[in-house]
Design a protein around this ligand. Sequence first.
Ligand code: FAQ
Length: 325
Amino acid sequence: MYAQMVKSEASQEDPEKLAAFQARIDAGEKIEPKDWMPQGYRKTLIRQIGQHAHSEIVGTLPEGNWVTRAPTLERKAILLAKVQDEAGHGLYLYCAAETLGVSRDEMTEMLLDGRMKYSSIFNYPSLNWADIGAIGWLVDGAAIMNQVPLQRTSYGPYSRAMIRICKEESFHQRQGYDAIRACAEGTPAQKKMAQDALNRFWYPSLMMFGPPDGDSVHSEQSMAWKIKINTNDELRQKFVDQTVPQAEFLGLTVPDENLKWNEERGHYDFSQPDWSEFFDVIKGNGPCNVDRLADRNKAWDDGAWVREGMLAHARKKAAAKVAAE
Ligand code: FAQ
């Protein structure tokens, strides 16, 4: 539906402007906020950047769940810093989306009433401490795999936000790997916890890259506009190839009986996630969708007095400035 709408809108655009725009994209130029752009390009970016921003914010919930229960002061300080970084990523991304003519409040409303999505992964619970390691290792690992190419995305503000975000995500991935390594090298009970975390997070992490290419409605147009640089399946394969040796180093087993190095392809063969589960989760029926949205709605309502106070202060300052003139 959305992809059809983008196509039908494109047919209403001025063909000369469209061709000049595509030529700029093909030449590798960055598109900046005040440049002419097709409506479909603008809408696709608002959708993708907005979803990305929401993911960073909602993504703080499963990790925030463990801040008060981190096993040592050092792990707690690291986790706090990571969660704050993720919230910061959300803010850069909301700012990047705002340059396209949508306000942060509008995007927030669309998240809170379910009109905008966030990453499927954050609808799974964080049940034990090793899950925090698995989130850093696998979820941030998948996020980096997807976001490193996005540093070259065609929209200037998004591309620049990605450069800083990727630097921080790389620290997140390492802290996660270090946390799960400590569990994997620990007592038998700790090792079991690490294996359990890998068992539960493996397939949801593979889902983060989006549906198989054949079911990806946006990839073709988004890649032509260089909003996306790779297909969902290309990135999923790169993630598997990178992560399997890391699991082996930890002495953990990837929960996939079909996982096998394929000499001819130069890649691992692996089982696909249960795609019906993925579509169910993004429709709102995952294990934590209701809780996540309830938590974000509560945070928004609880923060109303701060927003009102800041607006009242801004009005007072503006009135004082006018009176002094
Ligand atoms: N979850 O046609 P495609 C992070 C939807 S950041 C939910 O393939 P597209 C940091 C898609 O929106 C993680 N929905 O779509 C962190 C579309 O539905 P729509 C977030 C998904 O856009 C770590 C439909 O399926 N990263 O983790 C998902 O071309 C730890 C059809 O799919 C980004 O957002 C999904 N996984 O490709 C924070 C990166 N996949 O909108 C805290 C930027 C697909 O028509 C702790 N985004 N859908 O209703 C992208 O690169 C792309 O948007 C994809 C999807 C690759 C995610």
